[in-house]
Write a protein that binds this ligand. Structure first.
Ligand code: G4P
Length: 283
């Protein structure tokens, strides 16, 4: 697979995240609940070393609730605090500040032991593009914070957003690039909108999706496309969906490009229901 991230941009983002982390007590890592591993960048472990970490499983409204529950257990077992949230609607967002306080308790206890009045705990949101960082910052701020780059020519000084009395959030998130050596990770990122769909071949992406749905969510496929049974052969499933949806070319052949577009669009817009594209193997 040929995906070219710009090494210069990646290095810059990493350097910036590292700088920001120096000011931070607690790291809030945002991942997509549908693909919690594929939407992480392993560099975060190195960057956030030693800092308490809260993992937010965002977009949980789009993910399969059963799997999200297991993902929460999975990350907790690895020593992280975890919350499942829907930043768009605000579900679960209130609990963030409380969780950050708990994570920072050793620090506040230390301040108290030294006779100091504990200051607000400083947190930073980190995550790959499109995972919902700005949405959550706006939620926590209770207003729209301008994105860096929203106003060309104007460089914005970094500011702290007060979240209640006990937490402060850096108003610009740390961006990490997704990392993938494995094709499946690329397909998952394209299907969830983390990378532009044009980067990968649409047919390859939807074949990946169909194979996965056939194994994990056969009933959803049947229901959505009126299939009586699910063939073992993805081409036959393409054919059946194409016929049902009238995606035919002259001569009655199925137009696979149109079927691929339908599958991609309907998955992306949630018409197939809440689906997780990654399932924890241990929980
Ligand atoms: P970023 O800063 O990490 O790059 O992501 P951003 O907040 O811009 O969010 C990317 C997209 O994901 C936005 O949609 C946003 O509304 C959506 N989003 C964020 N959190 C959630 C969530 O919990 N659930 C769902 N369903 N969507 C979420 P968009 O299509 O780019 O814009 P718009 O629809 O808000 O206009």
């Amino acid at each position: 697979m040929t995906i070219q991230w710009y090494p210069g941009h990646m290095a810059k983002a990493r350097r910036e995240a590292k700088e920001k982390l120096k000011l931070i007590d607690v790291v809030i890592e945002l991942v997509d609940a549908r693909i919690p591993l594929s939407s992480r960048n392993p560099v975060i472990d190195e960057l956030a070393q030693g800092k308490p970490r809260l993992i937010l499983l965002n977009k949980s409204d789009l993910a399969d609730p059963n799997h999200t529950k297991n993902w929460k257990v999975y990350f907790e077992k690895k020593g992280n605090a975890v919350l499942q949230i829907d930043a768009q609607k605000g579900t679960g967002v209130k609990a963030i500040s409380q969780e950050v306080q708990l994570l920072a308790k050793p620090l506040t206890d230390k301040m108290r032991a030294k006779g100091m009045n504990p200051r607000a705990i400083r947190a930073l949101i980190l995550g790959i593009p499109n995972v919902g960082k700005s949405t959550i910052i706006n939620r926590l701020a209770g207003k729209k914070i301008a994105k860096i780059g929203d106003r060309p020519g104007i460089t914005k000084a970094q500011q702290w957003i007060k979240v209640g009395k006990e937490m402060e959030l850096l108003d610009t998130p740390g961006i990490l690039w997704p990392k993938f050596e494995d094709q499946a990770v690329g397909y998952r990122l394209a299907l969830t909108g983390a990378i532009k769909e044009e980067i990968l071949d649409l047919q390859d992406t939807t074949v990946f999706l169909l194979r996965y749905l056939k194994e994990q969510y056969p009933e959803r496929l049947k229901k959505r496309y009126g299939l009586t049974e699910i063939s073992d052969d993805v081409v036959e499933i393409y054919d059946e969906i194409g016929k049902k949806r009238g995606c035919l070319m002259s001569g009655g052949l199925v137009d696979y490009d149109r079927v691929a577009e339908i599958l991609f669009r309907e998955f992306r817009s949630g018409m197939l229901g809440q689906i997780s594209l990654e399932i924890p193997t241990e929980s």
